[in-house]
Design a protein around this ligand. Structure first.
Ligand code: ATP
Length: 202
């Protein structure tokens, strides 16, 4: 899967619709302090399903919406769209039947986030799993934020292992195992209840 375009609208400092075309090879983003370089990287994490406001340098998720400036009022929503070139059919199964994927995340004040993949409504989990299975995603080690290298050097072995697992593309399996364990617990509780009822009837 190759990212081909990132489109921001009302996201942080990008109040007007802005397109970033991502060509083959290495892409560098340069600009003066405060021009929005980190905001671009955060938009990428966000559209891939980041759920921690702290990872967006905000107190709440709505802080990603353009908050207004002296010449412009605040916006009511923010939207980020990520286009993926899938001509090589490398997308995980369930998403692999078209030459391209467009993932859209939109947040509206007081209404939370909504996601779409190729115009179809999906859950946050679907988008997170799509990227986890493709060995990328909001927590991908391929996205290196400021200060992260020193954090990695000082990290405990458990935290380092998580990074390796993310890179190996198995973090999606952990999520699925966790969900399966929750279902198993639910089923076990139901069985206990059934046993109680049978005992009362006997
Ligand atoms: P540096 O090189 O200093 O790290 P940068 O180019 O990475 O800077 P960012 O941190 O991406 O810059 O952008 C910071 C700018 O984004 C600030 O001017 C800040 O006011 C603006 N900004 C952040 N959130 C919002 C928001 N919700 N609404 C409007 N502007 C915002």
């Amino acid at each position: 899967m190759r990212f081909s375009r990132l489109r921001l609208n009302g996201f942080k400092s990008f109040v007007d619709p802005t397109d970033l075309v991502i060509h083959d090879g290495l892409t560098g983003v340069v600009g003066p302090n405060g021009c929005g370089k980190s905001n671009l990287l955060e938009a990428l994490r966000w559209v891939m399903g980041e759920h921690r406001a702290s990872a967006m340098r905000g107190g709440g998720m709505e802080d990603v919406i353009f908050a207004g400036a002296s010449s412009r009022g605040a916006r009511n929503f923010a939207e980020v769209s990520l286009q993926i070139d899938n001509t090589e059919r490398l997308a995980p199964s369930g998403f692999n039947d078209s030459d391209g994927l467009e993932i859209i995340r939109r947040i509206t004040r007081d209404a939370g986030s909504a996601y779409k993949v190729n115009s179809k409504d999906v859950r946050a989990r679907d988008v997170q799993m799509l990227f986890a299975d493709a060995s990328t995603g909001a927590h991908s080690p391929a996205l290196v934020r400021q200060g992260q290298i020193s954090e990695l050097i000082n990290a405990k072995p458990k935290a380092r292992r998580r990074i390796l697992e993310e890179a190996a593309g198995i973090s999606g399996l952990y999520q699925r195992r966790h969900e399966a364990e929750l279902k198993l617990n639910g089923a076990e509780q139901n069985l206990i209840r059934v046993d109680d009822v049978i005992e009362q009837l006997a």
